[in-house]
Ligand binder design. Sequence first.
Ligand code: SF4
Ligand code: SF4
Length: 300
Amino acid sequence: MSLYPKNYRTLRPHWLRRIGFALLGVVLLYAPFALLTRALLWLTGTPLLPDVHRICMRMPIQWLAQPWMYATMIQEPLYLGSVLVLPAIALFVGPLFCGWLCPAGGFTEHLSRLVPTRFQIDLSGKVNPVPVRYGFTAGMMIASFIGANVCCSFCNFTYTQNLISAVFGDFTGIAYWASFMVVGFVLWFFVLGLFTRGGRGWCNFLCPAGALQGLSHSLGRWLRIGRSVQIDHSLCRNCKTCVSTCPTWAISSKEDQTQINIHGCNVCMDCVEGCEQQAIAYKPNRREARHVETAEPAHA
Ligand code: SF4
Ligand code: SF4
């Protein structure tokens, strides 16, 4: 069994570009660099350590269910990134952060290509991850309302930060893995990462930041504003290459028609680059887009 999808050679330059952007994400968001975080802390005069927790993308989503936390979000506007800035961007251009900049999602996706596919679980077409992700996000918010903090126990941003800190000599975060946190790490990195086809099992099932952006992206399509990845069925031969290429299992082939589930698409453009028919394009959401694409679940 091949290590890669059959269009691997076509996709290699594109994957290298995306790896470059994921490394940029590391430099922008993660200590010891955290250039974006440092700049935002400096601009807002906030005396906090510059690491990924300062622009946490999970807690503020949890706080949406806690009206008493709204004042905190307004006082520390860095916390508004995941609930305002990323969804606003996604409304017009999709979850570009997820597909291109997120070091946590990119880390497992790109590394998973080194694992032979015979060792990977392939749930695409068998499980529709979209309702699971929306359900997990809703459950996390409801649990927070009664005082349970789910998001920090299952935070792949934290695990990635711990790994990067350890590379630069700070092993404090790794030490926490002697606790229950190791379960989350194993789940994120091995089970849903390296040993799941696409390496994005965590993003597909559990990421609240991805869920909010996916919802916003689909709203943009519904309102016919912004852009999204769309298939031109007059060019598509239904070869299913894109189905096996998509790391988020957002493409399915149903009744001889290939479809993209916009709720799961993170606009990584792998399918755009890999389609030999050039049947897939990232283009403006026009009136006819509703007929070209449907938001069907990604079941085969
Ligand atoms: S969109 Fe392209 S890659 Fe996907 S099934 Fe159609 S021809 Fe094949
Ligand atoms: S549908 Fe295409 S652009 Fe969207 S996540 Fe899948 S491969 Fe990437």
